[in-house]
Design a protein around this ligand. Structure first.
Ligand code: SF4
Ligand code: SF4
Length: 464
């Protein structure tokens, strides 16, 4: 049962109380189920399609297309040319810029093209295409290491050379997030295990199947940052993950925090508010309140990169939705095409109406299945044409639902109208730039207004 502030009686009857964040607090202290205070929605979950399916590792595909920019930051330059022969784990794209993440070959074979290719985020972008020689030959990685014997600099170096980015979808280079400026000391390191997007279960399976790797990743991050407190936030609809994580952190300075299953519980600012009660200021970053937030998948990848030196060449993806014949969680090589992945999951069921990379709330709609899985691909979601409602947006009827749903306390209806009329500076004055593009406002809007599209359009115009 999800407990909402003001609705529970049984816990209070047992001596619990409500804290300042609106969370139920056990008689002994810490909240039993906590959440952020304002806004949020409860969309249908759809997680039952894949929740109980263990991660299956797909075979290497016959071809990969590896975009040279799979992260927020400076794109990489190709280090290979057409005709080169590469091994798995070999660097094929690199940039000297600090805010960038190297790209590694995810299969062994021959480079057949370096140039623009379909891209799930950018439409088209420079990429390296490799055709498999079916040997799956790896570069030499070197012996395994004990992370406790490594210095912070050595750990950061490993993370950087492994090409790690945040695997929750934002794809920000991990070594940068773990290198805050000296005047922003980090006391709190939070792992996001909320996985609040409907349909996605990749993080849940990881928490259940690779619990220790996640905990070790958090401990490594805390060492690098000098953080004193570690937390893992998990929504209360994942009790098995909570139990396993709690057992694994017994006797460590890490706490597993049970969060109300509410979207967008996993957004950085909402997670920080729910877990440590700090408010990231407008225009600020988690480091401004002494926090760093990473996804649980990133934590597991950190453990792998630091201990085994294995670069990021694959990831877990939830392939699901009513338009997929056999929805499942898969571990797949970067650069595999969506069509290869979907074929491996039994193919399409019916005529596809909408294909989304990521979750249904914040994911990116795709026009083609020729795009590759990239580091930030957490899900591939397919809805049949028959299930897509007609897109007929109307004018705002001032119902106020979006105001109540917005977790950032914004006025989405006003910002939307200003963006629509290209009054971008005014939209900025209404705190457009604080919008986290969660889509709660669009979800509740009875006029079906394309709010997030309008906000992205306005933000892009302001950046010019
Ligand atoms: S998309 Fe932006 S404006 Fe809409 S609810 Fe989310 S944060 Fe608020
Ligand atoms: S929910 Fe839609 S119709 Fe209602 S106030 Fe917001 S934008 Fe207007």
């Amino acid at each position: 049962m999800v407990l909402e502030a003001g609705k529970g009686t049984s816990i209070e009857d047992r001596g619990s109380r409500l804290d300042t964040r609106g969370s139920f607090v056990a008689a002994g202290g810490r909240a039993m189920i906590t959440t952020f205070k304002k806004g949020g929605i409860h969309p249908p979950k759809g997680k039952n399609l894949t929740r109980d399916k263990a991660v299956r590792t797909l075979p290497p595909p016959p071809q990969v297309v590896l975009p040279l920019s799979q992260h927020l930051g400076v794109p990489c330059e190709s280090k290979v040319a057409k005709g080169d022969v590469v091994k798995v784990g070999q660097v094929i794209g690199e940039s000297p810029a600090f805010v960038s993440a190297s790209i590694h070959a995810s299969i062994a074979g021959k480079v057949t093209n370096v140039g623009p290719m379909p891209n799930p985020v950018l439409g088209q972008a420079p990429a390296v295409t490799i055709e498999s020689d079916e040997t799956d030959t790896w570069v030499e990685l070197g012996p395994e290491r004990d992370w406790k014997k490594l210095s912070s600099e050595e750990i950061l170096g490993s993370i950087r050379s492994s090409g790690l980015v945040g695997l929750g979808g934002a794809a920000f280079p991990t070594h940068v997030k773990l290198s805050p400026p000296k005047d922003k000391p980090i006391k709190v390191c939070i792992l996001n295990g909320a996985e609040c997007e409907p349909y996605l279960t990749a993080d849940y399976r990881l928490m259940v199947e690779e619990t220790d790797k996640i905990i070790t990743g958090l401990a490594i991050m805390m060492k690098v940052l000098g953080a004193e407190e570690g937390y893992i936030g998990v929504e209360d609809d994942k009790p098995e993950a909570i139990t396993l994580l709690k057992k694994a952190v017994a006797k460590m300075n890490i706490e597993v925090v049970t969060l109300e299953a509410k979207y967008p519980q996993g957004a950085e600012k909402q997670l920080i508010a729910a877990i440590v009660g700090r408010e990231v200021p407008s225009g600020g970053l988690p480091m401004d309140v002494g926090c760093v937030v990473q996804n649980v998948g990133t934590a597991a990848a950190i453990t792998q990169a630091v201990t085994t030196r294995r670069p990021l060449i694959d990831r877990i993806v939830t392939v699901t939705g009513p338009g997929i014949a056999s929805p499942q969680n898969i571990r797949v090589r970067s650069g595999s095409s969506f069509s290869f992945v979907i074929d491996q999951c039994g193919g399409l069921k019916g005529e596809p109406g909408k294909v989304i990379m990521g979750g249904p709330m914040m994911g990116i709609a795709q026009a083609s299945l020729d795009v590759p899985v990239i580091k930030g691909t957490s899900g591939i979601l397919v809805f049949p044409r028959a299930e897509i409602p007609p897109d007929q947006p109307g004018p705002c009827i001032s119902c106020g639902r979006c105001l109540r749903a917005c977790p950032m306390s914004l006025m989405p209806s006003i910002i939307g109208i200003l963006a629509e009329n290209e009054r971008f500076e005014e939209a900025k004055r209404y705190n457009l730039l604080d919008c986290v593009e969660c889509g709660c406002c669009a979800y509740v809007c009875p006029a079906r207004r394309p709010m997030v599209h309008l906000f992205k359009y306005a933000k892009a115009a302001l950046r010019k």
